[in-house]
Write a protein that binds this ligand. Structure first.
Ligand SMILES: C[S@@+](CC[C@H](N)C(=O)[O-])C[C@H]1O[C@@H](n2cnc3c(N)ncnc32)[C@H](O)[C@@H]1O
Length: 373
């Protein structure tokens, strides 16, 4: 079977490395993600273990498509009864580029009609549509008049781990936080700090990684669990095996600080829901008082960007003040800072030794590496 793992722009290589580490040798980097071939069980396992990916898709068919009829016939020729019954709900997402058909809503509708007709032909009844939480999510990718139909194994996107119920004002997606940790190369062998931790996502993802905890263990459900033919016994074994692999203690400490006490409470609750409450500690503090308690340490954070004009000046002095803290109190340590505003970066007053482009949603950011000697 052929699969495609979607990734935020800039994270494709991390997803590739994770797949190879999971034993998937056929992984290949493509535009927008990584493809691989393997068994359905292998793909389900990737849903549980991938930290930096967005979704895992099962590729069902590719066919030339320039007209309504080609779309309808191509979709209807797929053996839908293998994946969908009349009692399940479905939704269709479509993405179009450089093709004769130009209306994505229409393409989604036509695809839905073909699937519904196919199921009605087989069972005599049709499935209903649920755009929010469907049992089966179908993806249509129509690029240069080639239509690719795939099924989403993930269900809700993989960054929704389930530990973050409250999302603070400027949350970082869980897979993005995991990506910052992966880019830093931190291996759980030196202390890790986030002096602007917000809801704690970076430290929680780091603790999950260092304790070898599968990031999907907390999820109530993945998309494939509602599919006909899903084998709950095999899946339970995959889950139990992941639970066995989990380390309960770490040799080092992870520490988070934030100026907002309410945010710190949220971070503590998130960490304990994620099962890493004992591995990471959180405390309210202004970054101007920050100092790692030993050296070397790894420091990873994403400061506010200050989107409104009035905020920019205030932000400039914040960036200058944490730049001073890094220079004066963090000798021997390495910092990775995710910045979405290049104007603010120069106020840090340090020279980055690495600049990694990452797209945080629509915002083009840089993950900047600073080595403090
Ligand atoms: C972009 S958010 C960080 C989001 C975080 N990574 C998360 O996962 O939720 C920036 C955080 O910096 C905090 N902050 C702003 N000024 C600060 C300061 N002077 N000292 C410490 N924290 C500060 C804010 O309260 C906010 O939670």
């Amino acid at each position: 079977m052929k699969f495609f793992v979607t990734a935020a722009k800039g994270l494709e290589e991390l997803v590739y490395s994770e797949l190879v580490e999971l034993g998937i040798q056929s992984a290949k980097i493509e535009r927008g993600g990584v493809s691989f071939s393997g068994t359905l069980e292998e793909a389900c396992r990737t849903c549980l273990w991938l930290r930096t990916a967005s979704r895992v898709l099962l590729q069902l068919a590719d066919f030339p498509c320039s007209t309504n009829d080609e779309l309808y016939n191509g979709v209807k020729s797929i053996a839908w009864h293998r994946f969908l019954t009349p009692d399940m709900t479905m939704a269709v997402d479509s993405v179009l580029r450089d093709s004769a058909m130009t209306h994505s809503g229409f393409v989604a509708l036509k695809t839905k009609d073909a699937v519904v007709d196919s199921i009605r032909d087989t069972f005599g009844r049709r499935p209903n549509v649920d755009t929010k939480l469907p049992d089966l999510r179908i993806n249509v990718h129509l690029v240069k008049n080639i239509c690719s139909i795939s099924l989403d194994l993930s269900g809700e996107s993989l960054d929704r781990r389930g530990y973050r119920l409250d999302r603070n004002k400027a949350p970082l997606r869980e897979n993005m936080a995991a990506a910052l940790v992966a880019f830093s190369g931190w291996q759980g062998d030196i202390p890790l700090y986030d002096p602007m931790c917000g809801s704690g996502t970076i430290l929680i993802e780091a603790a999950l990684k260092a304790s070898n905890t599968a990031p999907g263990l907390l999820r109530e459900k993945f998309g494939f669990q509602g599919w006909p033919g899903h084998d709950p016994t095999t899946w339970r074994n995959v889950i139990n095996e992941a639970k066995e692999l989990r380390k309960r203690e770490l040799p080092i400490k992870l520490r988070g600080f934030d100026i907002s006490p309410g945010t710190i409470d949220m971070a503590k609750q998130n960490a304990s829901r994620a099962g890493v409450g004992r591995l990471a500690s959180f405390q309210a503090a202004d970054i101007s008082t920050f100092a790692p308690s030993s050296s070397p340490a790894m420091i990873i954070f994403n400061p506010p960007y200050g989107e409104r004009m009035g905020q920019i000046e205030e932000m400039a002095s914040l960036y200058q003040s944490f730049g001073d803290v890094l220079k004066k109190r963090c000798a021997g340590s390495t910092a990775y800072i995710l910045c979405g505003n290049s104007e603010l970066v120069r106020h840090i007053g340090l020279k980055a030794t690495r600049r990694i482009p990452i797209w945080n949603g629509p915002i083009e950011c840089r993950l900047l590496k600073y080595e403090m000697y």
